[in-house]
Design a protein around this ligand. Structure first.
Ligand code: ADP
Length: 188
């Protein structure tokens, strides 16, 4: 049975990788498919995301990496796939994913959506969380594969050098202002 795991993967996280690894044990072939979505402004190009996923999954034998435009069900039909794999983290995922699964069923009755529950350690993890942390100079080494972490650090160092610096210098003491309360002045 061929399964498609569609998503933005901007970028791939250890949560995605966990779903890919577990899914690849269930299906004879698992296609990780990057959606080209013109409505989103991604951090990485589709080409870069494909490279990142390929490198992250090179140890997995039944996994293929591809990109597609348009409807997921059309792509699934074209690939001869019977299953769409999606990951579930929280109730908020469930609502959106259930609606999407029902919609896809109305478009292509032969397709089944299989949900894999997130592993506990990744239940909080999303590509957006990773980008948010990196943007403000935090470490993301425990959230994405090492080569992806490097790409992200480089990206924010180039795009936003100031916000990417982790400031360890002491913050200079604030000069007291006329409106400061007496108690605050006493502390200074
Ligand atoms: P999309 O924009 O299609 O939601 P994402 O790359 O954000 O693309 O997610 C792709 C799929 O991976 C979704 O089904 C999402 O719920 C799932 N997913 C993302 N992060 C995790 C995680 N930490 N654990 C389990 N599933 C996840």
């Amino acid at each position: 049975m061929i399964a498609i795991y569609p998503g933005s993967f901007d970028p791939i996280t250890l949560g995605h990788l966990d779903i890919i690894q577990r899914g690849s044990r269930l299906f004879s072939q698992m296609v990780v498919a990057v959606v080209r979505n013109p409505n989103k402004s991604p951090l990485f190009t589709v080409q870069k995301r494909l490279e990142q996923i390929r490198l992250s999954t090179k140890h997995l034998t039944h996994v293929e990496v591809d990109a597609f435009d348009g409807l997921t069900v059309k792509y699934a039909q074209m690939r001869g796939a019977q299953v769409l794999v999606r990951g579930l983290r929280a109730i908020s995922d469930f609502e959106v994913e259930l609606q999407m699964a029902h919609t896809n069923k109305t478009l292509f009755n032969q397709i089944e959506t299989v949900f894999l529950a997130t592993s506990n350690e990744y239940s909080f993890l999303s590509s957006s969380v990773v980008k948010e942390i990196a943007k403000f100079g935090g470490s993301i080494d425990h959230l994405v594969p090492p080569h992806v972490a490097l790409d992200i650090y480089q990206c924010y160092a180039q795009n936003n050098p100031v916000s990417n610096q982790i400031t360890t210098e002491a913050i200079p003491p604030r000069k007291s202002l006329p409106m400061d309360s007496p108690s605050e002045k006493q502390r200074e």
